[in-house]
Ligand binder design. Structure first.
Ligand code: CDP
Length: 247
């Protein structure tokens, strides 16, 4: 999966107008969405973006445990992001890492503005994001999957949340980075409530040229609009098929 490549070779491929995996700069990886695959849970979604595969499961709204974290005004959203030991090239330790704790918080903050938490005071909504296979973009795939699993669970939402990571690679803007690009470029994960044009996540640990920022954002938003259409299509297909089978 992770093709080893030198920085020089990587730059040459970009100069030829292509990417390491043969995609065009603004091309997403193939996306595959399956809803309702965990029957015991209120909502579930398997979201695949290229080689990245994430399963999200939603439980609730349920009683808040532990009770002392209950909020009398709104439901508590509890998000747990975990990588399976077999999800990475080198075995991932089963002990939750600082990165997993941080990403759980990042995903929760990206999702919260979409949910009408105020309709469920003192309750809890749990979201489990399990990375089955990682090839970059696991937080963005988790956000896309979690939002769909929340919708399938019947939790009232203002809108879906849609997310993608764009990369800034030696002057080029690329969409939906794979792991080689994640290593060699500046990656910028973004999440949005597409119908409201409201950004709920924008991260970058790298220095970016300020004069390219609006282009980076507009490229990300175009990709988000494409993913949003696929999310809505998956939800529609799920409800049409469950109406037919009486689920
Ligand atoms: O996955 P995402 O891009 O949201 O987060 P990241 O921290 O930027 O990680 C980028 C990629 O590095 C992951 O998707 C994995 O492919 C890889 N990674 C890994 O192989 N082992 C880890 N313990 C963490 C990340």
């Amino acid at each position: 999966m992770s093709l080893k490549i030198s920085e020089e070779e990587f730059k040459k491929i970009l100069e030829s107008g292509k990417r390491v995996d043969g995609r065009a700069f603004t091309e997403l990886r193939p996306i595959n969405i399956r809803l309702g695959i965990v029957e015991r849970a209120e909502g579930s979604c398997l979201f695949e973006m290229g080689h990245t595969k994430v399963l999200c499961v939603v439980r609730g709204p349920t009683e808040c445990v532990p009770a002392y974290i209950a909020d009398p005004e709104r439901a508590v959203l509890d998000v747990a992001y975990r990588m399976c030991t077999f999800s990475t090239e080198e075995r991932k330790s089963p002990t939750p890492s600082r990165r997993e704790v941080e990403l759980s918080k990042v995903i929760r903050e990206a999702l919260e503005p979409s949910i009408l938490l105020e309709e469920f005071p003192r309750m809890m909504i749990k979201v489990y994001c399990l990375v089955l296979q990682a090839d970059a973009g696991t937080r963005t795939a988790s956000i896309n999957a979690a939002s769909l699993a929340l919708a399938q669970a019947g939790i009232p939402l203002r809108d879906l949340v849609t997310s993608v990571a764009v990369g800034y690679c030696y002057g080029n803007i690329v969409v939906d980075v794979c792991s080689i690009e994640d290593e060699l470029c500046a990656d910028i994960p973004i999440a949005m409530l597409p119908a409201y044009r409201k950004i709920t996540l924008l991260q970058s640990d790298h220095r970016l040229p300020i004069d390219r920022l609006s282009e980076i954002l507009s490229t990300a938003i175009k990709a988000i609009d494409q993913i949003y259409e696929l999310q809505k299509k998956a939800l529609k297909e799920y409800y049409l098929s469950s109406t037919k089978t009486g689920d």
